[in-house]
Design a protein around this ligand. Structure first.
Ligand code: ADP
Ligand code: MG
Length: 348
């Protein structure tokens, strides 16, 4: 569906491994004083002085986590970085370095890896991250990307998942379900394209949700905003798997229950209309869709005035004693136990 404008195809075997790494990483700059040594030795060397260090890794596997028939490699590189940074922000930390490891089959020419690294570089520039190393190897089964993100935070600012308290408010940033509905649109267009390769998809009405799927952003702005508002969440997690399973993570680890109000779940109008078109319930999409990379957190009620008027935040429920359980309070005011459906990678 996405035309490969770059017609040149240089086999990876034309470069040695070292020349390849050198070529792909030549434009990356080191900006952080905590990076003493980046790419080029047996290991990178970092110095965080009196800061605490957070580390998070994700592994992305072709045809499990991404489909290159509608995911341009540049977007894939960008997204692979952003989803890792989102985990660092979810600790209330600032990401500073990444490592990037790839396994690649000989079906990919050099130009494909250049596109991938162009996306990685764009994300590194936008989010101010140093690329400090990685590993490169071959694969028989397509493309694998593993990124490790490293970040720094003052010890007293770290926010875990296990410290929510009964009566805390449950708050989410942005809106939910967009990435999942964007994926539905892209999957549909892929099927149309298979039948008729000359068809021109009109994705214009779906720009917002397709972008949520192909070019997600991590909520760096929220970490900054919360510092300005002097709000420290009592617990926090990023929404990678869907609201429902993330709430359950917080509740289980914090030993609390919660009531989530269906009518409060923030949805973009484009998500609502796409749900109508695809005949999917928008609440189900928000609860189980995933990949929105918004932040979900709890705050004590005293902090409510600080976030009240801010359009970035929606209070969607409150925490209860553990014995009360975890429930969705529907628009019809019935209570349904929350279930974690999450990603279906292991069920397919
Ligand atoms: P080693 O044999 O010690 O594993 P490599 O030859 O794999 O070393 O890597 C040489 C340098 O290049 C190291 O600094 C490593 O971190 C970096 N590097 C290797 N692969 C990548 C990659 N895909 N992206 C960024 N840096 C990489
Ligand atoms: Mg190596």
């Amino acid at each position: 569906m996405i035309e490969d404008k770059n017609q040149e195809r240089t086999p990876l075997s034309h470069l040695g491994e070292f020349a390849l790494i050198e070529h792909l990483t030549r434009n990356f700059k080191i900006n952080h004083t905590s990076t003493l040594k980046g790419i080029g030795d047996d290991a990178a060397v970092l110095n965080f002085k009196d800061k605490k260090v957070v580390v998070s890794t994700d592994l992305l596997v072709e045809s499990v986590h991404f489909d290159l028939s509608y995911m341009p490699l540049k977007h894939l590189g960008y997204k692979a970085v952003v989803v890792n940074l989102s985990d660092v922000y979810a600790m209330n930390a600032t990401p500073t370095q990444i490592t990037v490891s790839i396994a690649v089959s000989n079906r990919f020419p050099l130009e494909a890896l250049e596109d991938l690294y162009a996306g990685i570089e764009t994300a590194a520039n936008i989010y101010n991250i140093d690329l400090i190393g990685g590993d490169t190897t071959s694969s028989n089964t397509g493309l694998l990307i593993s990124i490790t993100a490293i970040g720094e935070v003052d010890e007293e600012k770290i926010v875990y998942r296990n410290s929510a308290k009964p009566n805390d408010l449950l708050v989410v940033t942005g809106d939910l379900g967009g990435a999942y509905m964007g994926l539905q649109v892209l999957e549909r267009e892929k099927e149309v394209y298979k039948v008729n390769p000359n068809s021109q998809p009109d994705l214009e009405p779906y720009t917002y949700i397709v972008e949520r799927q192909l070019k997600p952003e991590a909520r760096r702005d929220i970490i900054k905003l919360m510092a300005e508002l002097n709000v420290t969440p009592t617990s926090m997690i990023d929404i990678s798997d869907g609201l429902s399973s993330e709430i359950i993570h917080i509740c289980k680890q914090s030993h609390v229950g919660c009531d989530l109000y269906e009518e409060k779940i923030p949805l973009d109008p484009v998500v609502i209309s796409a749900c109508e078109e695809f005949k999917i319930d928008s609440t189900t999409v928000a609860l189980n869709g995933g990949e929105d990379y918004e932040l979900l957190f709890t705050i004590s009620q005293e902090d409510y005035p600080k976030i009240k008027a801010n359009p970035n935040f929606t209070v969607i429920g409150f925490m209860k004693e553990e014995e009360a359980g975890m429930h969705l309070v529907t628009r019809a005011e019935s209570k349904i136990p929350l279930k974690a459906q999450g990603w279906k990678n292991f069920n397919d």
